[in-house]
Structures are given as C-alpha cells and as structure tokens.
Design a protein around this ligand. Sequence first.
Ligand code: GLY
Length: 360
Amino acid sequence: MVKINVNLQERSYPIYVTSDFDGISKCMTALNPDGKVAVITDTNVEKFYLQPCMDILRNAGYETYSYVIKSGEENKNLDTVKDIYRFLIEAKFDRRSSLIALGGGVTGDITGFVAATFLRGINFIQMPTTLLAQADSSVGGKTGVDFDGYKNMIGAFYQPKFVYINVNTLKSLPERQLRSGMAEVVKHGVIADANFYDFIDYNVNKILGLDEDVLQHMAIVNCSIKGKVIEKDEKENGLRSILNFGHTIGHAIESESGFSLYHGECVSVGMVGAFKIAKQLGIVDEGSVEKVKETLQKIGLPVKVSGLDVREVYNKMFHDKKTRQGKLLFVLPKRIGEVVQCFIDDESLIMNTLREVITE
Ligand code: GLY
C-alpha cells in the first residue's frame, strides 16, 4: 500500500493506494474513530463492494451501518441529503461517528456534504470506486449537491480524514465510464506533468486492460498532482482553478446534453476546445493540439460532439462559477505540462471554437 500525504495543517490527510480492501481497518485505526460507522453507497456499487467492506469493518469491531442511495446525478440533491440526515438521526449518530463514501463522484459529493453539515461536521472517509472519483473528486474536499438544475450549487469544502483507493474496483466499472474517467487523468498530465502525459499516452492499452501496476502508478501520480495543487490553494482562490481545465466548455456541453453525455466525455471535448482557443491566441503550437486529440481518440474519448445548439452551449457557459464581470475564465495550455488562466470576453473567438467542436 502506497501512502501520499496531502498537507493542509490540521486538515492534512493521507491517500492510500492499493489493490484490495484488506487495509481498511488498519487505516481506520490510524484515524482512531471510536464511534459508529456508516458506509454510504449507491445501487450500482452496493452489489459489488458493500458486503466486503461491511465485513471488514464489523470484524474490526466497529458498529457498522449502511445506507444505499439511488445511483445517478439526478439524485445528487437536497432530498437525498435529508434522507441521509434522517437515517443518521434514527441510528443515533453523534460527533464521534464516521461516514464512508463508497462509490463514485456523486456518492462522494453527497456523503461529504452530509458529513460536513451533520452536527456541524463528523468524520468523513472517501473510498472511490470509479476512475473519475479516484483520479479527481475524492481528493480535495469539494462536497455538495446540484440545485434547481445548477451543478454543485450548494456545498462545502470539507476534507476527508483519509482516501482509500482500491484500483481493482475499476474492474467492475463499465468500459464507457472507465474511458470517461481518463479525461481527468489526461487533464492532470496537461496541466502539470508532461512525463505523466507521455506515460498515459504510451500505456493506454494497459490502462484500459486494467493492468494493476499501471493503474496503481497512475493513481499515485494523479493524487500527487492534485494534492500539490490543493496544498497551495485549498479553497480555489487562484491556482486550484487550473483543475478546471477543459471544464469551462465541458460543463456547458454536459448541461446542454441533459447529462446524456458523461462528464469525462464533455471534459474531453472541452480540453480540445481549450487547445484550439490557445492555438488561436498563439499560446500553444499546432503539434500539441494534434497530439492531445490523438491521445484522447486512442482512449476512445470524443474530440467533437453533435446535435447540440452552439448558442445554448455558449449561454450555459455563463451560468457556471467560472465567470467574472461577464468574462469567462479559461485555463489554456502553453504546452503539454503547463497551463495559464485567462479571462476571455471575445465572443466570436469562443463561438468559432465551439463550432469547431460541436456540430448542430
Ligand atoms: N475537480 C476540480 C477540483 O477539485 O477543484
């Protein structure tokens, strides 16, 4: 088991990367919880991993409960949060109790928000089982729910006590979700580490073939890159926004598609859009644009989408949190491994780029 530390003074925590669930109780002991534990999972993950996790926790002597939410982004709302509060009150959870999020990004975001707000904050542990969650959402403390059609509108920064990544959980992930999660991995290479980017590009087949060693290395580097950014800017006052590379266009496409496209698929197209804008502004060279498109296509991610209204996508970009005084915040690549942030209000540049990545 490899341990990566995220250093945030009193909110510091370890991320464990391994290939089974056997180490859970040892990690719990290091946290020293002495209260009840609830594993929160969803209807997809329940059938694969709930029982093994419950068994390990019970055998280690914890008073263990479980709560299963309906899978899907449409359940990431305050109604689900209220249901979990009621369950915790009924089970008499108190300030020494812990919640474990076992699942993907939706489960992690909801559980983290409940943990942040129940009794003004109880222990929270992330056990991500999707690539999106292992590569991105389980690290960094962003928690919350959607509200009135706006993604992640209500939430809190609340860091987990630890993150436990069992890379072998990716074996039960549908292939489309695995490919989709790779968008966040490519993102980390582009924003921070050209060597990691090359590692991904070279190992696409092994990653999609779920080679354990390659998956572990990938998880370790992903978490290290993200952890370093979080250490410098926990609450997204500046640097952390680079983690939104590809998301300015990506989130708008995701919303305009009515969430029929997966998050990573939209981020993939959004990253290509960001490369094209950077190329137009003379920030990045054409070779890098082509290289990224090739990598994404090799992974099986889209570099274009069809059937969406370009003007609507443009309008939706302004509903996001990435705007200031009517200008859109873009994270643009200077080269693979380095990005810059800039506010852009050139409508024709953005619309022309959208027309290149979206066919109506
Ligand atoms: N997923 C972007 C962030 O955690 O800031």
